[in-house]
Write a protein that binds this ligand. Structure first.
Ligand SMILES: [Fe+2]
Ligand SMILES: [Fe+2]
Length: 131
């Protein structure tokens, strides 16, 4: 298991928290497939993650616009950086199916990013929205 329950803080908005829980489940499943070198399973999960990440970010961005969250541009900019970075990793995966490369992206980039992004941006956003 790459991300344990509790590694990513709860933000106090049930909708956003459930989006995060679902994504963590997907990341752990992908990590497991990659470490087993199960490339066909990993490929399915990479496709799922591409869609899931976009849904996750779009959901938060729509909520922020609806509630006129003051720091929308900064929060969205962090999403855009990860959208771009994940797309690079995704495209590289489609070319060379390198499990180790995706594992190191998840470990060294994605997990630290999601922890700090949720703590800094999603939690502030959730406070502004209430639940
Ligand atoms: Fe989030
Ligand atoms: Fe976010």
């Amino acid at each position: 298991m790459l991300i344990k329950p509790g590694d990513v803080q709860k933000v106090g908005n049930l909708f956003i928290d459930s989006v995060h829980e679902e994504e963590i489940r997907l990341i752990n499943e992908l990590y497991e497939a990659l470490t087993k070198e199960d490339k066909s399973k990993a490929d399915e999960l990479m496709d799922e993650l591409l869609v899931d990440l976009e849904d996750h970010f779009t959901t938060e961005e729509e909520l922020m616009r609806e509630f006129e969250f003051f720091a929308y541009p900064m929060h969205k900019a962090e999403h855009d950086q990860m959208r771009q970075r994940f797309k690079e990793v995704y495209d590289a995966w489609k070319k060379d199916r390198n499990c180790a490369a995706v594992v190191s992206f998840l470990k060294d980039e994605f997990v630290p990013w999601i922890k700090s992004h949720v703590a800094r941006w999603d939690s502030t956003t959730a406070q502004h929205l209430g639940d």
